[in-house]
Design a protein around this ligand. Structure first.
Ligand SMILES: Cc1cc2nc3c(=O)[nH]c(=O)nc-3n(C[C@H](O)[C@H](O)[C@H](O)COP(=O)(O)O)c2cc1C
Length: 197
C-alpha cells in the first residue's frame, strides 16, 4: 500500500505563544487523520538570518536554509499559518520563502523547494479579519513561484480569545474547519500523487 502524502506544517511566526503555531497544529492533526505523514517545523528551531545577497555570495546558503530546503523538497506539500503584519505577509515567512527560493549550488535549481508542491493557507489574528488580508499576499507569492495553492483558507479572528487553555479552539465548528483544511490538502496531494480516485 502506498504511504500517504508528506506534508511540512509550519507557521510564519516563532514566538512561544504564537496563535499561528497553535493553529497549524490542528490542521496537521486533520491531515494525519486522513493518512498524511506530517512533519511540524517550528522556525524557532531553525533560525534564519535576514536575507542578504552579500552573505549569500560570500558564504553560500546558511545551514538553516539548506535544512529548510531539504525539508521542503522531502515533502509533497505545505500547511502554512501566517500572521498578518500591516495587512501583508509576516517578515519571517517572507524571509524563509526568499531564502528557500535560492539555489544552494550548481546541482540545485533555485525553485527546487517549491516545484510540484501544493499548499493550504491559514491565519490567526487578534483582529476582526483573522489575518485574511495577509493571506492574499502569501497566496500571490506562492502561486507566482509555482506552488498550487488550495482555494479555501481559514482565518481565525479574535485569536486572543479563540483558544482554550489546552490550546484547542473553543469553537468546535471552527476547530473542525481547521482540521478539515488539513484533510483537504491531504486529499489534493493524494490525487496529485495518484493515490486516490
Ligand atoms: C508589526 C506588526 C504588524 C501587525 N499588523 C497586523 C495587521 O495588519 N493585521 C492584524 O490582524 N494583526 C496585525 N498584527 C498583530 C498580529 O496579528 C499579532 O501580533 C499576532 O499575535 C501574530 O500572530 P502570531 O501570534 O502567530 O505571531 C501585527 C503585529 C505586528 C508585530
Amino acid at each position: 500500500m502506498a504511504s500517504g502524502p508528506k506534508i511540512l506544517a509550519f507557521a510564519g511566526s516563532a514566538w512561544k505563544d504564537s496563535f499561528n503555531k497553535k493553529l497549524v497544529k490542528f490542521a496537521a492533526q486533520g491531515a494525519r487523520g486522513v493518512g498524511a505523514q506530517v512533519t511540524e517545523l517550528d522556525f524557532a528551531d531553525l533560525p534564519l538570518p535576514l536575507f542578504d545577497q552579500d552573505v549569500e555570495a560570500e558564504e553560500g546558503l546558511p545551514a538553516g536554509v539548506i535544512r529548510l530546503k531539504e525539508l521542503m523538497r522531502e515533502h509533497d506539500g505545505f500547511l502554512i499559518a501566517s500572521p498578518e503584519y500591516n495587512s501583508s505577509i509576516s517578515p519571517m515567512l517572507k524571509n524563509a520563502i526568499d531564502w528557500a527560493s535560492r539555489s544552494s549550488g550548481p546541482d540545485d535549481t533555485p525553485m527546487s523547494a517549491f516545484k510540484g508542491k501544493a499548499a493550504a493557507l491559514m491565519s490567526a489574528s487578534p483582529g476582526g479579519l483573522g489575518g485574511m488580508r495577509g493571506l492574499v499576499t502569501v497566496r500571490f507569492i506562492l502561486i507566482n513561484i509555482g506552488v498550487l495553492v488550495w482555494p479555501g483558507q481559514v482565518a481565525v479572528r479574535s485569536a486572543h480569545d479563540a483558544f482554550a487553555d489546552d490550546g484547542s479552539l473553543k469553537d468546535a465548528a471552527r476547530h473542525e474547519a481547521v482540521e478539515r483544511h488539513g484533510s483537504e490538502l491531504t486529499g489534493l496531494l493524494a490525487k496529485l500523487k495518484g493515490e486516490s480516485n
